[in-house]
Design a protein around this ligand. Structure first.
Ligand SMILES: [Zn+2]
Length: 113
């Protein structure tokens, strides 16, 4: 039997920094943080989220900062934004369905015994 797995990319949050300046063009209020998450899916049903990635990009000069190689002040802001971005509940739909199936099986065994 063939089981279809895939990773689905979801943008959790997009936020503009009002504190930090771009290291290249020195403009303020130009850094955009994009928080993306990957969700493991089975037959297109989301089962659980796997990882959260925050990317920083300057809106004015187009500078894309490499993951883990951002300036320290931006790395600190990335940690805060990553901790504030929560996974949506629908990403756990598969786990909920598995739990519901186990509950139904348990009740059926209990009724038949
Ligand atoms: Zn810039």
């Amino acid at each position: 039997m063939f089981i279809y797995f895939d990773l689905h990319r979801v943008v959790l949050r997009r936020e503009t920094s009002y504190r930090e300046q771009c290291p290249r063009c020195k403009s303020s209020k130009s850094i955009i943080y994009t928080v993306t998450a990957f969700c493991q899916r089975v037959y297109f049903i989301p089962v659980f989220p796997t990882e959260k990635i925050v990317r920083a990009r300057c809106r004015k000069c187009g500078l894309k900062m490499k993951l883990g190689k951002e300036p320290l002040n931006i790395q600190a802001e990335i940690k805060i934004i990553a901790s504030e971005a929560k996974y949506p509940y629908w990403m756990y739909t598969g786990l909920f369905l598995i739990g519901l199936l186990l509950l139904i099986i348990t009740v059926m065994v209990f009724i038949n015994s």
